[in-house]
Design a protein around this ligand. Structure first.
Ligand code: HSC
Length: 694
């Protein structure tokens, strides 16, 4: 008998209960148990109807993803669902938590579904690069129509119980005790002699003759490079066009194709990596955490304002400090406008706008920060300015307050040394726009205390971010790799490529935009300031001047001035190649005696990507990132690296580290440039025939 699913009688209703923490995933034991308990319930003469329920935090949240790629063990989930659907006793699914993927598919095999008002249902398989493979693509369109089913399946987004009721996915909302509610509902159905409801017997309706072509068109841009959303559409189309059993066969074929696809392997890797980054090697699980109930942000500019919004969104009061009243007022007005725009799009209510604004308290005085538990500094990237801020924070903040810097490149250890409490100092590097981007690079200083790290990592999740712990070096993980790539992109242009060509190669790899469009978006002056700071602080390691410096000096700062590496038309973010910039590049080549040559797309790909892989390997060697997965999560959530390629280092494994190492060595020989000196780790792995992931 299964240990993870049990059967008992509650009065005249049989209860099948799944208990497989943490999320009742439908692993082999659960599938076996569900089948056995169903059979037991069917044989139990005292049971007039059956209820399926999950113990602990949720109804099954899907198939057990860890089983994918391993030899399948019966019973297969589609067969389990089919057996529930074939039951000649009424079965009611009682849903709480998140009935996702295979979990919802089991519920769709039941005759009726009741849900707690706090529950969510959904078919998120697409986010793992697969599709619902236990009949979800065949039953949901039959239940709610093809259009709505496409929206649920192709987005993969969870649906709240109340909306699921409106759609017809659930039949009844229960508040209070779910089991009691489900038993009462099942008894009523039995008493009323309610019919069995087998979704397979319904006809799926297509409301619009061009539904599938139009739907495909509507997602083409957003889902560029992904395979699963398009397979999901094909599967739903089969539900409309084929009899149920043939549709199931089609679903199975499409599922099988996706399961072995590199895209799905990468997306599943990201699913686990995203969770793994929270577990910091060497940091005990039970490390105590400091309480964070009141936060402050220094600087009400774009970054500071965005950072403050994260806390207000999570219901945490946040003070925001500026030295000049005008700047403070402007910053607060921008935050309000951002919220109002979100409300206009219907994503939050007017009431939420006011609630969040009420949590943001402007101040002009450092003395107001004496009671805060955490301060995040988001001022100008300049050591002298940081010194002034941290000296003030050290003076006013209470003992035990965490002092964080949002610096993207400066030395956190030096910043910590401006205080008498370096153990309380660490970096919290938000990515722009800070209220949107999910990544938070949390930078551990030499002296940062363990409980400070544990607190900040936990807080990252509380405010909806993916926090990755990194060590101190110039640019940390993300920007350190990025700067190497940007420099290589510029060098490729110096040699003969055009900015548009370089951008296209990286766009085609799956980046949301190329290196030059990206610097135009961020503002060309950002990189310029960093380079200038480096030229002052560390001239030996600073990059030589190039045509991009000249662009900035001519006032071409990027999108904000409608001119950067590319030109921009008013209100249009499309980069247009600029003759003025081409002339500047030609002048630069001439002045430096460079003979322009044809640069192939393959060379662009190799140089822009391999330089990052090599730098990533150095970062691992130095312990700046603990694991390859930390680097990958940073690139996915901070820079839009395509999820379906799994991250820069996961992608490198798919190319083969020997191939990359050979090229890196060749570039090193040809250029003598230190950046191409092969990382010892890369060399070792390549020689052993291994990848970053073994
Ligand atoms: C699926 O269902 C395919 C089907 O269509 C069937 C196909 C059958 C085909 C057969 C053909 C013959 N599996 O996120 P958290 C772990 S695909 C294994 O921190 P939260 C997670 O790794 C699945 N493990 O919690 C973590 O482990 P750790 C569709 C899973 O409260 C722990 O649980 N379903 C797992 O923030 C806690 O997770 C999904 O995609 C799973 N399915 O969020 C749902 N789900 O502690 C994926 C979680 O060791 N899951 N874990 O780090 C989620 O979205 C979130 O985990 C929840 C909970 C919202 C459920």
């Amino acid at each position: 008998m299964s240990e993870v699913v049990s059967y008992r009688l509650e009065g005249d209703i049989g209860v099948i209960s799944v208990n497989y923490p943490p999320v009742n995933a439908l692993g082999q034991g659960v599938r076996q148990g569900l089948t056995e308990c169903l059979r037991q319930g069917l044989q139990d003469d005292q049971a007039k109807a059956l209820v399926v329920i999950g113990e602990g935090r949720t109804f099954p949240a899907g198939a057990d993803i860890r089983e994918f790629g391993k030899p399948p063990q019966g019973p297969a989930l589609p067969d389990v669902v089919a057996e529930y659907e074939a039951s000649d006793k009424l079965v009611v699914a009682a849903i709480h938590g998140t009935a996702l993927g295979g979990g919802l598919e089991v519920a769709l095999g039941c005759d009726y579904r009741v849900a707690l008002d706090s529950a969510k249902v959904g078919l998120p398989e697409v986010k793992l690069g697969i599709l619902p493979g236990a009949g979800g693509t065949q039953r949901l369109p039959r239940l709610i129509g093809a259009q709505k089913a496409l929206e649920v399946i192709v987005s993969g987004n969870p649906v709240k119980a109340k909306d699921a009721l409106a759609l017809g996915i659930v039949d009844e909302i229960v508040s209070g005790d779910l089991l009691e509610g489900a038993l009462a509902y099942a008894r009523k159905l039995a008493a009323d002699n309610a019919p069995l409801r087998r979704i397979r017997d319904l006809q799926a309706k297509k409301e619009d003759p061009d539904l599938f072509t139009n739907f495909e068109k509507s997602i083409a841009r957003k889902q560029r490079g992904f395979k699963a959303p398009f397979h999901c559409i094909k599967a739903v189309q089969a539900a409309v066009e084929l009899p149920f059993d043939e549709g199931m066969k089609r679903e199975r074929e499409l599922f099988a194709e996706l399961l072995v696809s590199p895209e799905s392997r990468a997306q599943r890797h990201v699913f686990f990596a995203e969770r793994e980054v929270a577990k910091v090697p060497g940091l005990a699980k039970d490390t105590p955490k400091r309480e964070i109930n009141q936060v402050a942000v220094i600087g009400a500019g774009t970054m500071g304002g965005g950072i403050a919004m994260n806390f207000a969104n999570a219901g945490i009061p946040v003070k925001i400090l500026e030295v000049k009243e005008e700047a403070l007022e402007k910053g607060i007005a921008v935050i309000r406008k951002n919220y109002e725009n979100t409300a206009k799009k219907g994503r939050i209510t007017e009431q939420q706008v006011e609630q969040r604004m009420a949590l943001i308290q402007p101040t002009l005085s450092y003395d107001d920060l004496s009671d805060v538990d955490l301060v995040i500094e988001a001022v100008f990237e300049n050591m002298d300015v940081k010194k002034a801020v941290f000296s003030e924070l050290d003076r006013v903040c209470k003992k035990g307050a965490i002092l964080a810097t949002n610096t993207s490149t400066l030395d956190v250890n030096r910043i910590a040394a401006f205080t008498q409490r370096p153990e309380d100092v660490m970096g919290m590097h938000f990515f722009s726009p800070a209220n949107v981007m999910k990544l938070l690079e949390n930078v551990r200083g030499e002296k940062t205390a363990d409980d400070v790290i544990a607190t900040v990592m936990d807080l990252s999740r509380r405010i909806g971010k993916v926090g990755v712990l990194v060590g101190v070096c110039h640019g940390f993980v993300g920007n350190r790799m990025l700067h190497k790539r940007q420099a290589e992109a510029v060098q490729l242009v110096n040699e003969g490529a055009s900015p548009a060509q370089v951008d296209k190669v990286l766009f085609d790899l799956g980046f949301p935009m190329g290196p030059f469009a990206m610097s135009d978006l961020a503002g060309m002056d950002v990189g310029y300031r960093i380079r200038e700071e480096l030229r002052k602080e560390d001239p030996d390691n600073a990059p030589p001047r190039n045509w991009t410096d000249e662009l900035v000096e001519q006032g071409r700062l990027g999108q904000k001035t409608q001119a950067g590496v590319f030109d921009y038309k008013d209100g249009d973010r499309t980069p247009v190649p600029s003759e003025q910039v081409d002339a500047l590049i030609a002048k630069f080549r001439e002045e430096n005696g460079i003979q322009s040559r044809e640069v192939s797309d393959q060379e662009i790909l190799e140089r822009c990507m391999y330089v990052m892989v090599n730098e990533g390997a150095k970062i691992l060697e130095e312990g700046i990132a603990a694991r390859p997965l930390d680097v990958d999560v940073i690139w996915i959530y901070g820079y839009g690296f395509p999820v379906y390629r799994g991250g820069v280092l996961f992608w490198a494994d798919s190319v083969g580290l020997k191939t990359i190492y050979d090229k890196v060595s060749q570039f090193h020989k040809e250029t003598g440039n230190d950046v191409w000196k092969p990382a010892a780790l890369l060399e070792k792995l390549a020689n052993e025939g291994k990848g970053f992931y073994g």
